[in-house]
Design a protein around this ligand. Sequence first.
Ligand code: ADP
Ligand code: MG
Length: 274
Amino acid sequence: MISIDNVTVGYGTVGFITAVDQVSLTIGDNEIVGIAGESGSGKSTLMRAIYGDFSTGLGIKSGTIAGRFTDAASDQTIEKPSSQFRDLWWDQISYIPQGSMSVLNPLMKIEQQVVDGLPKRERGGSRKDLRARIAKFLAGFGLEENVLDAYPHQLSGGMRQRVLVAIAAFVNPRLILADEPTTALDVVVQKKILLMMVEIQRRLQNTLVLVSHDLGVHYQITDRLVIMYKGKIVEAGRTADIFANPQHDYTRNLIASLPRLHGQRAVDRVGAGA
Ligand code: ADP
Ligand code: MG
């Protein structure tokens, strides 16, 4: 679905600060890919480059990022570089940016924000029907209809984050990019939201790319894992394999510093239909 080929990404118009250095990665259909690494290792930059948001001084210096999507309506295959993904946003591709609590407009009720985020094809029909469809969808995330009438500050952090995940999933995108979607939340709420994300991915059979600095999160829900260190991918493979047999010193230290992981992984529980 996404091919990242030897890409170097950075910032700046005068000088160039390299944030992601000669990275290659293939992201397939129907999988959860995790990106881990310490703060400043380039995770968010890589996500922005995949999403194709070059509005913030971000640029690809060399290499390519390309995507391949099947348009559900026409069954046509769309192939293009990420610099041209813009017209796929909130259609084929959803993005939950880091610190996304602040993405919600504090002056606007949730219903309007959800509706504004939808592609045209979802906005046909009456507003009442659309509201009913959205409410039904939110119910699947444990959110009551009256959430739609609330302003963001009237919701807890966990509820706001559920709203964002729900908006991202509502359009049935082929690719969801989620950058630290649960980091600011307490552990119990975090667990619920992660489980919800796995369930959505399994149901939509799409691709979820999840950034977290927390290896425990990756252990719980990712199929494959990429470890970044100082802008480079230092290790990549099946999550279970990486935890069983980490190759790189940096990964070994990360895993050693975790509280002991035990129990069945959340992905396996969902996969088993529990
Ligand atoms: P992570 O998400 O892993 O914490 P980032 O991708 O945010 O890492 O940052 C990687 C590097 O890019 C860091 O050195 C950071 O300072 C730099 N960087 C991030 N955003 C910008 C920006 N908007 N302008 C300039 N440098 C940036
Ligand atoms: Mg980041």
